[in-house]
Each structure stands twice: as structure tokens, then as C-alpha cells.
Design a binder for this molecule. Sequence first.
Ligand code: PLP
Ligand code: COI
Length: 339
Amino acid sequence: MDSFDWGNLPFGYIKTNYNVRCYWRNGEWGEIEVSSSEIINIHMAATCLHYGQEAFEGQKAFRCPDGKIRIFRIEENAARLQSTSRGILMPEVPTELFVEMTKKVIKLNEEFIPPYESGASLYIRPLLLGTGEQVGVHPADEYLFLIFVTPVGPYFKGGFATNDYAIVRNFDRAAPLGTGIYKVGGNYAASLLANKLAHDAGYASEFYLDAKEKKYIDECGAANFFGIKNNTYVTPESTSILPSITNMSMQQLAIDLGMKVERRQIPEDELETFEEAGAVGTAAVISPIGKIVDLQSGKEYVISKDGKPGPISEKLYNKFRNIQYGIEPDIHGWNTVID
Ligand code: PLP
Ligand code: COI
């Protein structure tokens, strides 16, 4: 695909050649189907359209310097989709099916995997939809599991460069006992307005406090939060945030680097004590935080005094990327290699 400017790809949708699909009917998964159409044909009373019975995932594949393709922690994405399925009464996609379909869709679209030097990657988007019709609020009898891929560049401006975030006290993304721990589309619909207001005010993303007390840090838009101080990686414990696979991996890398890890509630005021902080997720990788501004109180928490990413964030970022690219040994067995 020489026509792409691989080094300047946005985080957006680009048409590729194929997607893969599998239908759940009569209580079981069918055969894997390959499609070259971007369109799905769906019943107008499908539960995904009316009652939000749908979920998605997001992971990345990389073209590595050794010529191989690596996918990062794909079993964890399968497990999270299974957890989401249990949460909103959808059939679970077995890990083997999830992995087989992922490998297949990558192989079918190999020419769209950005070259290593570009720093871009192939974003993999699994999607599980309640396709059976219902008018009452009930789970569907039929489902479609589909995976498409699209080459992407960085999610936040500048890639590994600091960005500023806006605390939005007048919005909640998810309730404490709601669906925040699941990757369902409704959570993202609930974030659109807050996200727009934050963008319009010049911030990279909205930043949520816990919905109950408005006291503790929850998430940075579509990414988890971490702060660094006293050689410790601190990240929120909350019942309303998505369990990020990238964050989980960074915690392990922090331990590998001899740091301590704390998962606990983080009061908003504590933000001023962090030496470094970042947004962490598949799309963002680590997006270092410059400052966080509480839009209601006007209070500013300046994390990066010189506007540059901090040294520990940089170390974690480089280690993480080097593992993804097969440059450093994959001692935790995170990668699936496709030859
Ligand atoms: N939080 C939210 C709300 C997300 O959408 C994502 C992205 O998937 C994350 C956190 C980061 O999770 P992961 O590292 O598994 O991509
Ligand atoms: C992620 O994969 O990290 C995301 O948050 C995806 C985002 C575009 C919803």
C-alpha cells in the first residue's frame, strides 16, 4: 500500500480488503465467514440498535523489525469481551474463536499493516452485536461477531508528547455499579458530549471523577490514568472504569523496573503530588499528561513543569513498545506471533 503516508496516519477508519464474521444462531457459533463488504444487513428491531446490547474490543498488531507480525495480549481482549458478554447477557465468544478470527483477518489484510519505521500499527476492532429482534427489553436470540482492521497512527496529538485534560464534574461516564467495567457502546455514547466540551475548550480529552462522591480519579476519557511518585506507579481502583490491558501491562513493567505499584482510590487533590502522570490504553499507549484542569473550580494541576514527558513514563513507554515489536524479550508471554 505505497499510496499511504504511513508516518502520518490519523487514528481513523481506512477501508481494508476483508472483515471476518461469525453468527450465533440456535444456541451456537457457526462457521467463520470472510466478507469484502463494509456493510452489515441488520433487522430493524435488533437489540443492539434499541437497547445497546453490543460490545467491542480494541487491540493492535505490529509489523516488527524481524519481519514478523505480533499481536499484543489478545487472550486478555478475548477474556474482557467474555466478561462484557456476561455483563449484558450475550453469548461468550470462545478465546480460540476470537484468536482464530483475529489471525485470519490480519493475514487477509496483511498489506495494510504499517511498516515498523512508521510507528503506526494495525488496529483490530472486534464487535459483538445482538442482531435478533426484540421489542420488549430482553436479550437477543441471535448475535453477530465481526472483526475488522484499520491502520492507525497515534490517538492523541503528537503521539508520545504531553497533552492537557479537563476534569468534567458535571458529567458521569458510568455509574459505580453500572457498565463502566464493560466495553459497551453505551459508555462511549455517554462520553460524547463531555468529550466535545473538553475538546472545544482546547483539551485532549475529558477526565472523570468517580460518579458517587466526585472526589476520586476515575478515567481519562477512553484511557486509564496513572501517576508516578516516589518510585511508585499509582493507578485508580474503581468499579466504574474499564480494566485496561495496557495499564495492567504497565504495572507489570513498573514492577520489572523495580518500582512499587499501588492500585487504590486517588483523591483529586493528590494530583498535585505526582511527578509524572499519563493516560494509558491501546490507542493512547502512554499519553503523558501536561496538566489537568478542573473546569468547574478552575483549579490547575500542573504535572509536567517543562511540558515534556517524564523519564519514568518514557522508560515504560519504550519498554512496552520494544516488547510489542519483539525487540526486547517477551518474558511475560504477551505476544502472539504470526509468521
Ligand atoms: N478505558 C476506556 C474507557 C477505554 O475505552 C480503553 C480502551 O480500550 C481503555 C481504558 C484502555 O484499555 P486497553 O488498555 O485495554 O486498551
Ligand atoms: C483503545 O483501544 O484504547 C480505545 O480506547 C479505543 C477508543 C477509540 C474507544
